[in-house]
Design a protein around this ligand. Structure first.
Ligand SMILES: Nc1ncnc2c1ncn2[C@@H]1O[C@H](COP(=O)(O)OP(=O)(O)O)[C@@H](O)[C@H]1O
Ligand SMILES: [Mg+2]
Length: 383
């Protein structure tokens, strides 16, 4: 009997290798980021002269190449230092994985060969162990450590600015902080800001042409010849340029369009697949947001769904009534409902609009669903 995998393996695909479309893939060239990478290198070159580089901060919206550029600069520095008489280490930390100062310092100690347990020590003990690493070693050579703190705003918001203080106040340690938000400095107190004195590098959004260059290189690596034409690249780039110049979104569009082509047994990506891909990505995003909402908020959405289907104008009063009905005695109060409404609006699932009913009649809040009705329905009632 034939094996079920044989048939699937035989299936033709327009992908020759999907990995270059993955977010974690580090390409050999980063078009349109030469200026930013050179800026980083101009600070980091100090390390090759055995000096500690200045702290650097990178800002820019999602998908502007911050993570890729930092990792690229890291590889370049390590390559340049290989045949020099210096000892340089660059550690990359994603602050979504290590969310406290304690975790970061412990991780760094472990990476540098110090046997520090994941828990049990006090913060002061861990910091001391970390600093001891930078006392001159027996060969009389200084280790220079560069720490890349990616998505640093998450750590700062959760655990305060102690990590920046500790790192900038340790000899031979330099930091590169990366943030998606310009206002992350609100989390840094003056005491730390004064010792930080960082250099800032801005990553502007990509325009459509720049995105096209990025996609062109990646599509050559990922697709078989002839599967992707210029028009498709231009379409993905134009759509992603509208979404704030996000290269990640552009790559997602191209990959999803490719998957749709495979599903349809097509040997090329048609532009209609790109539009389909856009809907699919949006669908998955909204779906995920809704599925992971707390049950109370899902019930608010159930009420909104019900009213929308009945073509009712949704005032907050009406919503509260229906929500209480849907919740069957397990409802939160009117005030709390308002918090929920705000949160759902922030997530982009609904919109609210205050209108005036005319003189003496006061003002009313009108709530509207912002996502597709079907998307909401399948997310709330998956079976
Ligand atoms: N200039 C570029 N050249 C090639 N690929 C890029 C470039 N900028 C971003 N990318 C790719 O786009 C995706 C998102 O980039 P990333 O560095 O993760 O953005 P950010 O960290 O700013 O959110 C990654 O797959 C990355 O390789
Ligand atoms: Mg990033």
């Amino acid at each position: 009997m034939s094996n079920i995998f044989d048939k699937l393996e035989e299936k033709e695909s327009i992908f020759k290798d999907k990995s270059p479309l993955d977010h974690r893939f580090l390409p050999e060239h980063l078009p349109h980021r030469n200026e930013q990478i050179t800026s980083i290198a101009k600070y980091w070159i100090e390390a090759l002269n055995n000096n500690t580089p200045s702290p650097i901060t990178i800002y820019g919206k999602t998908g502007t190449g911050k993570t890729a550029a930092a990792k690229f600069a890291k590889e370049q520095l390590l390559e340049a230092s290989a045949n020099k008489n210096v000892s340089i280490k660059v550690e990359y930390i994603r602050c979504t994985d290590f969310t406290t100062e304690y975790q970061v310092i412990t991780h760094l100690c472990q990476k540098l060969g110090r046997d520090v347990p994941d828990r049990g020590w006090t913060k002061a003990e861990v910091i001391k162990a970390f600093r001891d690493i930078f006392k001159k070693n027996v060969f009389g050579r200084n280790l220079i450590l560069i720490v890349i703190l990616d998505e640093v705003d998450i750590l700062l918001e959760k655990d305060g600015d102690g990590i920046l203080y500790t790192l900038t106040r340790t000899d031979n340690v330099a930091i590169l902080s990366i943030s998606n938000f310009l206002d992350f400095k609100q989390y840094i107190k003056p005491r730390v800001a004064s010792s930080l004195r960082d250099k800032e590098i801005v990553f502007p959004p990509y325009n459509a042409e720049q995105l096209a260059d990025i996609l062109q290189e990646r599509s050559k690596l990922s697709f078989v010849e002839g599967a992707v034409d210029e028009g498709v690249i231009r379409l993905c780039s134009a759509m992603a340029a509208k979404e704030e110049g996000d290269a990640r979104y552009a790559l997602d569009l191209l990959q999803t369009a490719g998957e749709i082509a495979d599903e349809k047994d097509s040997k090329i990506i048609h532009s209609s697949y790109v539009k389909e891909a856009k809907d699919r990505i949006e669908y998955n995003k909204v779906n995920e947001v809704i599925m992971t909402l707390p049950a109370q908020q899902q019930r608010v959405l159930e009420a909104i769904l019900k009213l929308t289907k009945e073509n009712e104008e949704i005032t907050s009063g009406k919503l509260f009534e229906t929500y209480e009905e849907v919740s069957k005695g397990d409802a939160v109060g009117y005030r709390r409902l308002f918090d929920f409404i705000n949160e759902l609006e922030m997530l982009g699932i609904i919109s609210t609009n205050t209108i005036s009913r005319g003189r003496g009649k006061g003002r009313t809040n009108i709530i509207k669903l912002q996502c597709d009705l079907d998307v909401l329905e399948t997310a709330l009632y998956p079976f």
